[in-house]
Write a protein that binds this ligand. Structure first.
Ligand SMILES: [Zn+2]
Length: 155
């Protein structure tokens, strides 16, 4: 017999995760299918082996590493997500008129007739503007000090 059963179904059967109807039809199937019967026996053996393994309590440092890695992964997939221009405008807290003035500078691309922005690209673009702004501020402060040394309190 050539069976099309998913191994995953056998796992659910073994783990008692099937409803009565599903369970009944699996039992009927197992009565006729040697492939699945053999696979189920192998899964039972595997289950028993796993139960016999020692349960290891990870130490605090390992737990912390795992949590950090998971947080990084979550952040990475979040940053890789794509935004529509409406979402970008909302993120930048701009109304449609304001957004129209800067829309052409946003690092966007066209795909299937949609204009999309990768979140990580948008964040980098915002960071660049922050740096430019900070430098300009520092520059104007220095210029101010040079122009009005007395006022800025520098002798
Ligand atoms: Zn089968």
């Amino acid at each position: 017999m050539n069976c099309q059963c998913e191994p995953e179904a056998l796992c659910r059967f073994l783990g008692d995760e099937m409803d009565a109807e599903e369970r009944q039809s699996m039992e009927t199937h197992l009565g006729q299918c040697t492939d699945c019967t053999r696979m189920l026996a192998a899964l039972r053996v595997t289950d028993r082996c796993l139960e016999q393994l020692d349960q290891i309590e990870p130490d605090a440092a390992t737990l912390l590493d795992v949590r950090r890695a998971m947080a990084c992964e979550r952040q990475r997939s979040h940053d890789d997500s794509l935004m529509t221009m409406d979402e970008v405008a909302e993120y930048l807290r701009l109304d449609p008129d304001e957004f129209e003035r800067v829309a052409s500078q946003v690092p966007a691309f066209e795909f299937a007739g949609k204009v999309l922005v990768r979140r990580s690209q948008l964040l980098e673009w915002v960071r660049q503007r922050e740096r430019t702004y900070a430098n300009a501020e520092a520059g104007s402060l220095v210029t101010g000090i040079l122009a009005f040394p007395g006022k800025a309190g520098v002798a």
